[in-house]
Ligand binder design. Structure first.
Ligand SMILES: [Zn+2]
Length: 165
């Protein structure tokens, strides 16, 4: 059973900014070999992954896009999402469109510095239009550890149960 539904997001549509940086927590329930577009087949270990994305406009529609497992994958995240469960959605406090590209990479970098395991296969995934090492971060198998870490980050807000915290 997926945790998020378009209905629950619709309930907070007035609170979601038009543009911004978002963070998805995704779960692969088993070791998987996934086709990642032009990058070909990539092996991913079981566990939780963080993905940092940015929407210059229509942030709400972008979040809705991630709620459904895509039939026509476009970005790396779509290929990954097709096999992973969406466990969490977080937004950052930034809304200034001009600062977004840097803020996106900065957040990815910050999260990467806290993750214990670095998977070489994640390099450049989700970051084809910027110079940074990637917007996918592997966070191991402990969900409680991720959620308590993210909850303590004062620059992040959690979307849950039809509410934005
Ligand atoms: Zn980047």
């Amino acid at each position: 059973m997926e945790k998020y539904s378009p209905y629950l997001l619709e309930k907070i549509k007035d609170k979601v900014p038009a543009s911004g940086i978002y963070l998805l927590v995704l779960h692969l329930t088993r070791d998987s070999r996934l086709l990642m577009g032009r990058r070909g087949l990539i092996n991913f270990p079981q566990g939780y992954y963080l993905y940092v994305g940015r929407a210059k406009k229509n942030l709400l529609s972008r979040l809705k896009h991630h709620l459904v497992q895509p039939t026509k994958p476009h970005w790396h995240i779509d290929y990954f999402r097709a096999k992973a469960q969406l466990k969490g959605i977080w937004l950052t406090n930034q809304t200034l469109a001009e600062d977004l590209p840097t803020a996106e990479c900065t957040l990815a970098e910050k999260l990467r510095s806290y993750s214990a395991t670095h998977l070489p296969q994640l390099t450049k995934l989700g970051s084809s239009d910027c110079g940074c090492p990637g917007h996918f971060i592997y966070w191991g198998k402990n969900y409680r550890k991720i959620s308590s870490f993210l909850s303590r980050a004062n620059y992040l807000r959690r979307i849950d149960d039809g509410l934005l915290f």
